[in-house]
Design a protein around this ligand. Sequence first.
Ligand code: FMN
Length: 201
Amino acid sequence: MTVPAFVEARRSIRAFSAEPVARDALDGLVAAACFAPAPHHSRPWRFVVVDSPDGKAALAAGMGARWRGDLTCDGVDPARVDELVDASLRKITGAPALVLGCLTWNGLDRYPDETRQQAEWGMALLSLGAAVENLMLAAAEAGLATCWVAAPIFCPEAARDALALPTDWLPQALVLVGHPDPAYVARRRPPVPLDELRTHR
Ligand SMILES: Cc1cc2nc3c(=O)[nH]c(=O)nc-3n(C[C@H](O)[C@H](O)[C@H](O)COP(=O)(O)O)c2cc1C
């Protein structure tokens, strides 16, 4: 049993050339995302393609302001806060395009108790993860570079409001998309210790 080459070929690439990514190509990646499995035939995901300078700046600023507040509350040194937030702004605005993966309750089941309600949301989030992986695999296949950025899951409302999205769209996953910077070298990928990571019963 070997791992298919297209699975192994996908890497997180954090540096891009200046070449823009065509809207059609970005829409194609979103279409690939939408082939993901989802709980009980729902499609709880919404995707926002952000390729305008204003959109990228607004999203980065909205999430950055929230992160600045969190870091300050954590007691992080103000100079370090500036450094971290500036680096995050540069990372997000420096990518040729962004795809923001959101979840909505539309199509999901509602339960009267918190435990099952959280499980339902957890299922939707798993499904969004599968959609994001589809998107990144499709990008790799097309010769595009991607990197998943965690930020929105920590501040979904700030990300939503920065882009004036509908109130029920809750951003959870951000993917940077671009043509790879040919000078970028991906981090060494450690071998998979299969015997530690799986068991048989
Ligand atoms: C949910 C999630 C959040 C991530 N957030 C970030 C992030 O904020 N910044 C970043 O540079 N990489 C982020 N990554 C990418 C991981 O660092 C990367 O997938 C991991 O190091 C394995 O490398 P590979 O993707 O090249 O195989 C994230 C990945 C996942 C799945």
